[in-house]
Design a binder for this molecule. Structure first.
Ligand SMILES: [Ca+2]
Ligand SMILES: [Ca+2]
Ligand SMILES: [Ca+2]
Length: 476
């Protein structure tokens, strides 16, 4: 019934609260000693041909003030599903912000595709803005994009990643995953690395086959400082060719793969799942190594796949699998809520386990990096994420949304899909440990429920510190 309500609601343009579908850590713009957050907001005010126009907020979390609002540029729609900060480009010493629009309306009415066409045909765009003023610096076009899971916002594209200074000109550069790009074959997908300074194409590589959707997820690996070029990991989630049902059965699933390339464009390795899962690479995260160590590339396979969800930890230099993290039992993931399950001892965490991953700075007692792992779910999402040991796969700390600091808990009950994104949040509570933020984005079934949120959590023990919703934002 819940799923039905969501589907019905999605069919309607009204009532979507999609505040928090994307998050990135900003500089301390207002000088209060705590860094700001960029938050994407696809909520329902302002609609175009293909859906919400979208906007991006720069928010001071401490005061809940919006310091800047970047509206969708002219003819851009579905603006803000993905965003990333970039090392300084315009020379003011502050990071810039890259934001995607999944669709750009053509200039003439005659060229408009049907509104029902999903994913939309035509062009999408990625825009680079000054991180201080929100001034548009440049943009790059590619094929229109959408979501990998058709009924919600998981895995929205085009994927974006800051790649440090790829070409050595002292300015930040950007990788864009155009997973629906067509070369010799349809939807092979490509990744393009572009220069933040000049806008020039620095690198381009393509998926192996038709419908590989290469470029679906991106992350930098083995990078120790911000303006140092590292290596780029790119994943492909192949889909079945859109032919007849018979063909679909005949072709079956094809395994997903992850490739790593360096700033000379050389292929360093290609990795696949031990079980050939199609959605290997749904999520990617990089755990930097100490000193000469190459570090670890964490690869998630989750959600809507016919294989068991899992996280694979690969050697970042060779792509060889080091170990895996399996889906925990509910009892371990959330010992409070597990009591509500028919069989808490055997029930497993949602199959969205691993939808998003984020390594945290502070190490666990065993000396290994802790990995934030999300498992977003629908309307009763009390346990969206946990900190896990990359050594043992054990759950170390849990993000539990039973209470909202300083507020009535009712709204908490209706936060949903929290964990479709995760981002570093700086040290918000100023205890010397870097914190993190996880975001939701919801479909409202009536006026008061299902709020899109950004939940800022303590990097020390994962306790929620602060909630941000668009209703809380104070006008500046
Ligand atoms: Ca600040
Ligand atoms: Ca700048
Ligand atoms: Ca550069």
């Amino acid at each position: 019934m819940t799923t039905l309500l969501i589907l019905l609601s999605l069919a309607l343009p009204q009532g979507r609260d999609l505040f928090g579908v994307s998050i990135a850590l900003a500089d301390d713009v207002n000088g209060d000693g705590v860094r700001e957050l960029w938050v994407g907001d696809l909520s329902d005010d302002g609609y175009g041909e293909q859906g919400a126009l979208g906007r991006v907020w720069l928010i001071c979390p401490r005061s809940r003030r919006a310091l800047l609002r970047i509206p969708a540029p002219e003819r851009a729609e579905r603006f803000g599903w993905t965003l990333t900060t970039l090392d300084d480009v315009d020379g003011d010493g502050r990071d810039e912000l890259a934001v995607s629009a999944q669709w750009v309306a053509p200039p003439s009415q005659a060229e408009r595709p049907s509104r029902e066409h999903c994913p939309p045909t035509g062009a999408g765009c990625v825009y680079l803005f000054s991180g201080v003023s929100g001034t548009l610096l440049r943009s790059w076009s590619g094929p229109a994009d959408g979501h990998r899971a058709w009924w919600h916002s998981y895995g929205a594209g085009p994927a974006l990643a800051s790649v440090g200074d790829w070409n050595g000109d002292g300015k930040g550069d950007l990788a864009i995953g155009w997973s629906r790009a067509t070369d010799r074959e349809p939807a092979q997908g490509c990744v393009r690395v572009v220069s933040g300074g000049e806008g020039a194409l620095l690198h381009e590589s393509w998926g192996a086959d038709a419908y590989d959707h290469f470029g679906s997820a991106l992350t930098m690996i083995g990078r120790s400082s911000s303006l140092e070029a590292g290596r780029l990991a790119v994943s492909a989630w192949p889909t079945c060719p859109p032919r007849t049902k018979h063909d679909r059965v005949k072709h079956g699933e094809r395994p997903g793969y992850v490739r790593a390339i360096n700033s000379s464009g050389e292929l360093l390795f290609e990795a696949r799942s031990p079980d050939d899962c199609q959605q290997f690479g749904f999520s990617l995260a990089s755990i930097p190594g100490e000193g000469e160590e190459a570090g670890i590339l964490a690869v998630g396979q989750c959600f809507n796949c016919s294989h068991e969800p899992a996280i694979h930890l690969l050697d970042a230099a060779t792509g060889k699998r080091v170990r895996g993290i399996g889906r925990p039992r509910m009892r371990e993931w959330d010992h409070v809520c597990a009591n509500g399950y028919p069989d808490p001892e055997t029930a497993l965490v949602e199959p969205s386990f691993g939808a998003c991953m984020l390594p945290l700075d502070a190490s666990s007692a065993d000396g290994f990096t802790r990995l934030l792992v999300t498992a977003p779910s629908a309307l009763d999402d009390h346990h969206p994420a946990a900190l896990m040991s990359t050594a043992t796969g054990a759950v170390l700390d849990r993000v539990l949304l039973h209470t909202r600091p300083g507020k009535e808990p009712e709204r908490v009950h209706w936060a949903s899909y929290v964990g479709i994104v995760a981002a570093p949040a700086g040290d918000q509570d100023q205890d010397g440990v870097a914190d993190f933020a996880i975001g939701g984005g919801s479909v409202r079934c009536s006026a008061e429920d299902c709020t899109g949120v950004v939940v800022i959590c303590s990097g020390r023990d994962a306790t929620p510190i602060r909630w941000l919703t668009r209703y809380d934002l104070e006008p500046d």
